[in-house]
Each structure stands twice: as structure tokens, then as C-alpha cells.
Design a protein around this ligand. Sequence first.
Ligand code: SF4
Length: 187
Amino acid sequence: MIVVDDLLVEPKVLSTKFMCDVKKCKGACCTMPGGSGAPLSANELELIDSALELVKDQLLPEARALIEKKGAWEEEDGKYYTTCVDKKACVFVVYNKDGIAQCSIEKAWHAGHTDWRKPISCHLFPVRVADFGGPYLHYEEIEECEDGRALGEREELSLIESLQEPLIRAFGEQAYEKLKEAAEKRI
Ligand code: SF4
């Protein structure tokens, strides 16, 4: 574990090259089987409920039916997650004409219909933030991102640089600059 500007960081977060390749992975991180949905902080629950009102009509019928029954988020052991259809796709997933999974909330943000882009955990993926008495940034190295790692190698882009926007959103400009500096020394 490394300390960078008050953040605890797994070395792999700094040494990995990465650039999402959604044409290849088809947005797999939004539809992965077996797990819970996107982690949410308590202060994002209201935002999720408001976003739902905005995008409800665009969601898939199975997602709307599940939301009717269980809501758009659930709680497990004191933690919150978006609800998933059959423990796979997040209820907010829609598909574009190429079959790529997209976040309907982010689509609404791109269209200028909301100021809230999407949950910060989705924005930061494949970096996850655990609580270790302070934020602990670690890298979730999943098979589905293999093409993203290959593209990052080809483009020579670090994981930190590819996550510039969400890292600034979560921790501020100064922390991002320090993370970038630390990554440059390791790559
Ligand atoms: S994080 Fe991985 S699975 Fe998700 S869009 Fe990027 S490359 Fe694809």
C-alpha cells in the first residue's frame, strides 16, 4: 500500500496502463453476472431516486418490473447498491444499436437533462474505493477489461490518466496531480 496525498493506494492502480475499449467489451462492467449492482453512498440514494424519474421510461421492461417490486437500489449489510436484473445488468442499463451497454443516467447527463453524471463508483471503475480508516484505492482486475488493458498499453495511457475526470470529481485536482506524478514514476 502506498500513501499519496492522504489516499491509500494499491501499487497496481499506479502501474497499470488502461483505456476502456467499449467496442470490444460491450460495456461489460454494467452487466457482469453474479455480483451486486453499483455501490452507492448514502448521499447518492436520493440522487438515484431522482434520476429514476428522469429515465424510467427508457429502461428495459424487465428492469421496470423489478424496480416496481424492489426499487432501484437495495441495502445489504449496511451498504447500498443499485438493483440488478437476474443478478446481472444494473436496472439503469440500456443498450445502443451496437449492443453496447450504457448507463441511462449518464445518457441523460450527456443530453443535458441532469447535473449528476452517475454514481461515483461506476465513474471510477475499474478502480474501487474501500474504507480503510480513509479511502483505499484498489484495482479490480477483471477478465472483461482485458481489451481495455491492451488498448492502454497501445495508447500508453495510465489507469490514473484514463480516470482523470472521476478522480478529480472524487478527490480533487491536487490529489489527481499527485496520483499522476506517482504513476509516472511507476510506469
Ligand atoms: S471498465 Fe472494463 S468492462 Fe467496463 S467499459 Fe471499461 S474496459 Fe469495458
